[in-house]
Ligand binder design. Structure first.
Ligand code: KQY
Length: 365
């Protein structure tokens, strides 16, 4: 592993850009583990290929893939998608990839967070996770970017930035004792600012109901632009998501960002509720060390979990009774981008969605 830099991004004048800032490309990884993806991962591979194809029409896509899956992936993906043989434990580049930072003077580097499979031995989702732990470092070698080794456990899906000094996150995830039990809120805030170049943390409470990441922000809420937040929303007070989203709304209404702006909040209706069928659950292999799937389980579906490509917003299609309305809200939040929906239930069955499986590489120079 190439030695990391011995400073921090903020000390060196680097910051994490917002997702809507220019990209040079996007990284993903090809799913294959049969104890997370049903039917040997084939339906999930079709969904990943559709996401990659939708993004590749807007910016270059690189797919990490094992040797054993190279031919399947090559056949399923457009030729413009670059395949790189790179070992992973699963296929969540948002969480295992680096968080890229830029200095505004033509340089880009990457933050390599510690990774413990969303909770380590205290509620994590699989063991071992050592190949995933090495993904960020390898991606940075391929990109030719220098690396900061951050001292805290963090997944990229647990943070969103507005590019103007604000980071949005959840207490459920970042203050969870299964991530950084030795760090209190103030120490976590300081570490975020050191590694993202931010100045203010806006804390929401819980993430989406039953989210197996311990409440990643990228499934609950995201910035549409500075001062504007899209929030997953359920009107029904009897639904457990209602109180979670209402609490998030109240916190956002009471908060200001790093520039002193109040937030405008756009409610994005949640799909469903969506539950795993018995057939879906029983077609996932049961392996010791991996959390098993159960039929009837309420999934953490959310339309907030989209990816902002250079000229497109690629969002999940999850529920025919809500897809159209959600797509229209997303399209109007990003008027300069083409909104493209991709069927994504198979990704949700694995525990996340389109934002979770993608990692943007900001453009420099
Ligand atoms: O949603 C994510 N960011 C990752 C979910 C991982 C689920 C593993 N089964």
């Amino acid at each position: 592993m190439v030695s990391p830099l011995d400073s921090t991004p903020a000390a060196d004048g680097f910051r994490m850009p917002a997702e809507w800032e220019p990209h040079s490309g996007c990284w993903m990884a090809w799913p294959e583990r049969p104890d997370n993806w049903r039917l040997g991962a084939e339906p999930a591979q079709d969904a990943y290929a559709a996401v990659a194809t939708a993004i590749a029409a807007s910016e270059p896509v690189t797919m990490a893939v094992s040797d054993g899956q190279y031919e399947r992936a090559r056949a399923a993906l457009p030729e413009s998608v670059r395949l790189i043989e790179l070992s992973t434990d699963d296929a969540w580049l948002r969480d295992t990839g680096p968080t890229f930072v830029v200095d505004g003077k033509g340089s880009r580097r990457g933050v390599d967070w510690r990774f413990n499979a969303w909770g380590g031995l205290e509620g994590g989702l699989y063991f071992p996770w050592d190949r995933d732990e090495r993904v960020a470092s390898k991606v940075l070698e391929v990109e030719g970017d220098e690396r900061y080794a951050a001292p805290l456990v963090l997944e990229g899906g647990s943070i969103h930035v507005d590019g103007e000094g604000t980071v949005l996150t959840t207490e459920q995830c970042l203050l969870n004792p299964n991530r950084n039990p030795e760090l209190d809120r103030a120490a976590i805030e300081a570490a975020l600012h050191d590694h993202l170049g931010t100045e203010k943390v806006v804390w929401l409470g819980d993430g989406v109901f039953n989210d197996e990441t311990d409440g990643h922000i990228d499934n609950l809420a995201c910035f549409a632009r500075p001062g504007v937040v899209l929030l997953t929303w359920v009107d029904d007070p009897g639904d457990p998501q209602h109180a979670i989203s209402r609490d998030a709304l109240e916190r956002l209404e009471a908060a200001t960002d790093a520039c002193g702006r109040s937030f405008e909040v756009i409610k994005l209706p949640a799909p469903g509720p969506l539950t795993t069928t018995d057939e879906e659950a029983s077609s996932v292999e049961v392996v010791e060390g991996t959390r098993p799937r159960r039929g009837g389980h309420r999934m953490a579906g959310s339309y907030v979990n989209f990816y902002l490509a250079s000229s497109r917003v690629v969002y999940p299609l999850l529920d025919p009774s809500h897809d159209k309305e959600a797509g229209a809200i997303i399209a109007s939040a990003f008027p300069d981008r083409e909104a493209v929906g991709v069927p994504a239930r198979e990704i949700l069955l694995g525990g996340g969605n389109i934002h979770c499986i993608t990692q943007q590489v900001p453009a420099v120079g």
